[in-house]
Design a protein around this ligand. Structure first.
Ligand SMILES: C[S@@+](CC[C@H](N)C(=O)[O-])C[C@H]1O[C@@H](n2cnc3c(N)ncnc32)[C@H](O)[C@@H]1O
Length: 236
């Protein structure tokens, strides 16, 4: 990751990623490749955030989403105690651990998938839906959190209604966990999809946070219905 240090700040210049000039790549049709995978590959190879993530040593283009959310909402500060839920392959953890600095702070990351180690990040591989997952994470953090991040997303089934319910179930679990573990004035950031099942989570967050705002960072693909909810000013 530490190639990103050369770019300065928490992760380099952000605003210019989408406008950095690159030669467009065209992917040819091949008999063994379906049209949808050809289109995916072509989109991936031409995605300025994929290229910028590689240049700056981030493990995922998602790193830019957290950098952009932080730029807008001022989430990351030195010395914070942070939980990163759904952390693999580690882009958000890379950004958060760098912002946390070396004086104090703690970053606990978790995912159902394995994640290559990142210096300064305590990683626990588990299914967040498991009954004892919250207790394990709390024990590893060893005290209240200042910031809970959830970029968790289950694999999609291709059925939009089912996918919406599955993702919002994870977000709701993460919200209850955040309410349990946050210190006063802490913050919670989660993936948030409109589609019918989100009202309950929103009401819960409005009750417990002074401010709740929706955000679509530029690095989140325009064609995706993904947004983020940023809740700040936690109160029990
Ligand atoms: C969009 S990716 C996260 C990307 C990450 N923020 C980054 O910057 O690299 C979503 C992650 O959520 C994880 N996930 C999905 N369901 C989960 C669950 N039940 N428990 C823990 N992690 C889960 C997936 O394995 C996946 O790695």
């Amino acid at each position: 990751m530490d190639k990103s240090k050369k770019t300065g700040g928490k992760g380099g210049a952000l605003g210019d990623v989408a406008s950095r000039r690159r030669k467009a790549v065209r992917v040819k049709a091949k008999s063994r490749r379906s049209e949808s995978s050809r289109q995916w590959l072509q989109r991936h190879l031409n995605d300025p955030y994929v290229a910028a993530a590689q240049e700056e040593g981030f493990r995922s283009r998602a790193a830019f989403k957290l950098l952009q959310l932080d730029e807008k909402f001022g989430l990351l500060k030195p010395g914070l105690r942070i939980l990163d839920l759904g952390a693999a392959p580690g882009g958000w953890s890379q950004v958060a651990v760098k912002a946390m600095g070396k004086k104090g702070g703690k970053l606990v990351a978790t995912d159902i998938l394995p994640m290559q180690p990142i210096a300064g990040v305590a990683f626990l591989q588990l299914d967040f839906m498991d009954e004892d997952a919250p207790e394990q994470l709390k024990a590893l953090l060893g005290g209240p959190a200042d910031l809970v991040l959830s970029d968790m997303a289950p694999n999609t089934t291709g059925h939009p209604g089912t996918d919406h319910i599955r993702i919002m179930a994870l977000t709701e679990m993460a919200a209850h966990f955040a309410i349990d573990i946050l210190a006063p004035n802490g913050a919670f950031v989660c993936k948030f999809f409109q589609g019918g099942a989100e009202r309950g989570v929103l009401d819960l967050l409005k009750k417990h946070f002074a401010k709740t705002r929706h955000a679509k960072p530029p690095a989140s693909r325009a064609e995706s219905s993904e947004t983020y909810l940023v809740a700040q000013g936690f109160r029990k």
